[in-house]
Design a protein around this ligand. Sequence first.
Ligand SMILES: C[S@@+](CC[C@H](N)C(=O)[O-])C[C@H]1O[C@@H](n2cnc3c(N)ncnc32)[C@H](O)[C@@H]1O
Length: 312
Amino acid sequence: MAARSTGDEDFHRKVTYCDREYQEHSVRYEIYQVPIDAEEETRLLEQHEMLKLIYTDWNNGLYAPIVGEPEAILDCGFGTGAWAYDVAEYDPNCMVTAIDICPLLAPSDQLENIDFQIANLNHRLDCAEPNTFDLINSRFVASGIAATRWPNYFRDMHRLLKSGGWVQMTEWDLFFRSDSDNSDALQALHEWSRLYTEALGSSTRPEGKKRSRVVQDFEVWMRMAGFINVSTDVRDIPTCAWPQDAHNRSIGEANLTNMKGLIHSLGLYPVTSRRLREIEDFHDLIEAAYAELSDVGAKPYIRLHTTFGMKR
Ligand SMILES: C[S@@+](CC[C@H](N)C(=O)[O-])C[C@H]1O[C@@H](n2cnc3c(N)ncnc32)[C@H](O)[C@@H]1O
């Protein structure tokens, strides 16, 4: 992947923590404390495929029909680059700009209509002139956005959009629920959410403080930034194969692997480096949470939110 850097920092140096690999720069400055190793890359690629099964009513499972036919697209926090690649392949006439501070390995074939850049979403977005994009996609970046940054993140996206352009913000609401009203069966998962929230909020660096649950505020922040036609698509996604119908059962099956990976990846560094749990205790909690994610009787699920807004 030909990634361009906008600064002098070395974005390629890695550090190992508890057998997981992180970008040294992002960990040191508390920007994004999630692994960027092969394990996380596989999780993100599989999660991307699962999302296409979830959003069967979208264009190729990539963006909602409401967006129209975008010609210029920005992907914020591209990760493996899978969404950017799929969009660029789906419509070879559209130009995709994709930005990230610590990308994971991307698929090897470079497409001519993608421009990958290194940029920190916590800084003013200057990857393009104002009024450039028809669509801005931002998916699963919440663990790297400073708590105080959100309103300006939306303002920046608004500035970069053309009139009539759309923002599409997808995030998990990181709280696990039971469809059989048996939240007692999800105690370890609730403890994970509590610890993760506490860990993200307890950084002493302004950029380090994050919010674990943000989706509830997206519509307000979007309207404050000037977006119109704001709406949210909420879907309940099972965390194991408990649904009756085959389609949702297979989504549940895929999401079990995904959520097992997610709670380990997201929680490990923030929770244990801030000593909210010792590493062994954290792993015990994760083992208990794995059992709960796969408890068919409790019908566990998690909410997936996508909020849309249009620039007037
Ligand atoms: C969980 S991955 C999601 C990747 C991709 N959007 C997807 O849906 O598969 C989050 C990505 O956002 C990036 N990210 C998080 N915070 C960021 C920040 N402050 N600046 C730039 N990139 C950031 C991370 O480096 C990572 O690649």
